[in-house]
Design a binder for this molecule. Structure first.
Ligand code: COA
Length: 631
């Protein structure tokens, strides 16, 4: 049983074989969790014709008629009997029959570990928690202590396998991502990265890392009898850390992790040549998670508070502020500022947003109920300060990383807003899917700004399948295009507009259902392309076609990450002239985080956020002013 799990994880590229050591408590891994996992279906390979037909349909609103005609011919050629499409499809089906999940290791490699842009902004999402009611160091430390205890409480559920199985559309979901987020870290390479997970080690880690004033500390969070430290004990340890890291003139070694992956890979090899540095880096990588006790950031008005918090979570504000107070390769970093700002940043390779946010929901609840109870104080060891020997070469690498980070900071345009006119409640009252309603509002907002439709990515969970990650819901459809074009057309009747909106919402919900059932087109096309590469055959024409490039140029990269907590996730755009849009639809309001790049003259995060608000309000007004009976 253990062997199966290990093989699955290695095959899925989820863990580095070197870190696999049979754990002491094998039952912990082989019990309920594995039984659940083994009961999940395998990710299917969709039929070739279905994907090809759907591809042509999704291109319709985003490419011109001539391009579409050309692509139609290429698709015909690709799927003709005995042709290249059929050969690749057969190869993919063979791969599916031999693997746990035909996609997961390819996806991990291509989407994350081979990706060479910095993880900051380009890959790692941030989460902004509601502002907390403290404004001094004491409050910061008390909250940090509670938060750490809350994460450890969640970890107990993972360790004991008492984490409730999640469901989507009535189907149980793959829970493996929960086992990847603690005690793990990304390791840079000069050409490709890896991820290590120490939770499966012979001696799993019992420490976290705490960083303050750019100085890293090892904080043991378990007593020798295996019980977690109490909130009170953690608080005392944090005080010690704080007091021994008062100087703020230290080299921001952590900023190295924000650099371009090839540069960081090179700098990493140089950094760990020194034994002390290597041990310090290993301690961070091995830790259960990291807590960043941040220095105060520039004050922001209440209006701008969330936006400023997003900046702090996504990149730390630049080398002058908190960007060096991070280890961006660490899977989970909780960030706590002195002014009540709180949230996290996570390295995306091991998991999607939903498991992270469900951990947050648990921790936030925990921090509300846990009180500081004075426990008998057994003196605890001083947390270990991690030392780094900075050679002139390392210093140069730090300077380069600082400069690049500051460029990225200037580049990022973010706007976090709370849409307070309504939440999920309104679309539900109209018998519409709230997610589809919001996506159609985004389509309308974009169309109003640019007078055209663009390729849109929305993540869909594939966790109904073993080791499933995501596929793409293509929100721009023939139906969405018809609706957005009609909405502001004075020659159209409201009844017609409502009917087009309803059709567009239904089409989106249908695509969503198709995607979460493993029948969407994007990962299938990726699989066919990678299969061609693996077979060392020439790349089929359809993948070299302009339409394919347009289809993958996501001017809107979006995701719903729902949470019980009133928080919002945020991430950067995926193309230079695009937007990143993440939202948390609550019952009576919706939290949005919109991002763009300042170097692009055509994009503006605040403008899109505003257009989105108008679009949502106008759609509601349209529905309310057009009583159903009149339809
Ligand atoms: N009438 C009334 N209510 C409806 C409805 C309708 N026609 N359609 C849906 N609803 C209800 C649902 O029952 C649900 O109710 P709840 O609030 O009680 O749970 C609610 O509206 C939300 O449904 P919907 O808006 O359709 O979205 P969803 O919850 O099905 O989520 C996705 C859609 C695409 C977000 C989801 O399937 C998914 O894949 N999530 C993962 C995304 C991800 O991984 N993101 C992270 C990337 S880092």
């Amino acid at each position: 049983m253990w062997g199966t799990l290990v093989r699955t994880m290695v095959k899925a590229g989820m863990v580095k074989p070197s870190s696999l050591v049979k754990p002491l408590s094998v039952t912990r891994i082989t019990g309920r969790y594995l039984a659940h996992q083994e009961g999940l279906p395998k990710l299917p390979v969709p039929p070739l014709k279905q994907t090809c037909d759907c591809y042509l349909a999704v291109l319709d609103p985003v490419v011109g008629p001539e391009e579409l005609n050309h692509t139609r011919q290429l698709v015909e050629e690709f799927q003709k009997p005995g042709g290249v499409g059929e050969r690749l499809q057969n190869g993919l089906e063979r791969r599916a029959s031999k693997t746990e999940n035909w996609l997961s290791d390819w996806w991990l490699q291509t989407a994350y570990l081979d990706y060479r842009m910095p993880v900051v902004i380009h890959s790692s999402p941030g989460v902004i928690l509601p502002r907390l009611e403290f404004s001094d160091r004491q409050g910061q430390m008390r909250y940090a202590a509670k938060l750490i205890a809350g994460v450890l409480d969640f970890k107990t559920m993972i360790d004991n396998e008492t984490l409730p199985v999640e469901y989507l559309g009535g189907k149980p979901l793959c829970m493996s991502q929960y086992y990847q987020v603690l005690s793990s870290c990304r390791i840079p390479g000069t050409k490709r990265d890896t991820v290590v997970n120490y939770a499966l080690d012979k001696r799993p880690p019992t420490h976290i890392t705490v960083v303050h004033n750019f100085q890293f500390f090892v904080l043991d969070v378990y007593n020798s009898d295996g019980t977690p430290l109490t909130v009170d004990q953690i608080y005392m340890q944090l005080e010690k850390i704080w007091n021994s890291s008062l100087q703020s003139n230290k080299e921001p070694i952590g900023i190295l992790t924000s650099n371009h992956r090839n540069s960081w890979g090179k700098a990493y090899n140089n950094l760990i040549k020194d034994k002390t540095n290597k041990e310090s880096v290993r301690a961070i990588q091995k830790s259960i998670f990291t807590v960043c006790l941040d220095a105060p950031m520039p004050r922001a008005s209440d209006d701008m508070y969330r936006t400023r918090a997003a900046v702090q979570m996504l990149h730390g504000g630049g080398s002058r502020w908190n960007s060096g107070n991070r280890w961006f390769d660490k899977t989970l970093q909780f960030i706590i500022g002195e002014d009540g700002t709180c949230g996290l940043i996570y390295e995306h390779a091991p998991a999607e947003g939903p498991p992270i946010v469900s951990l947050i929901d648990h921790v936030v609840e925990y921090t509300k109920k846990s009180e500081m109870v004075r426990t008998p104080m057994i003196p605890l060891r001083m947390p270990l300060k991690l030392r780094f020997n900075i050679t002139p070469e390392i210093k140069r690498d730090i300077e380069e990383a600082k400069q690049n980070m500051n460029i990225m900071v200037r580049e990022l345009d973010v706007k976090v807003s709370v849409f307070s006119h309504f939440g999920k409640d309104f679309p539900k009252s109209q018998k519409m899917s709230p997610d589809a309603f919001i996506q159609m509002a985004l389509q309308l907002a974009y169309y109003r700004m640019y007078k055209r439709c663009c390729s849109t990515y929305e993540s869909a969970s594939l966790r109904m399948f073993r080791l499933g990650r995501t596929d793409t819901i293509r929100s721009t459809s023939i139906d969405s295009a018809r609706f957005v074009k009609a909405m502001d057309d004075p020659t159209r009747q409201n009844t017609e507009k409502v009917s087009l909106l309803e059709k567009a919402v239904k089409a989106h919900r249908m695509y969503t259902d198709m995607a979460i059932r493993g029948q969407a087109i994007d990962r299938h096309f990726l699989g066919l392309k990678l299969q061609a590469i693996e077979e060392l055959s020439a790349l089929p024409e359809i993948f070299l076609d302009t339409s394919y490039a347009v289809a993958l140029h996501y001017n809107l990269s979006t995701s719903q990450v729902p949470a019980k907590t009133n928080c919002v996730m945020c991430f950067g755009p995926v193309v230079p002239d695009g937007y990143g849009v993440c939202y948390n639809p609550m019952e009576t309001h919706i939290n949005f985080a919109v991002s763009a790049f300042n170097s692009c003259q055509d994009t503006n995060a605040a403008r899109l956020a505003q257009a989105l608000e108008y679009a949502l309000v106008d759609m509601k007004t349209l529905l309310e002013q057009t009583p159903k009976a009149k339809l």
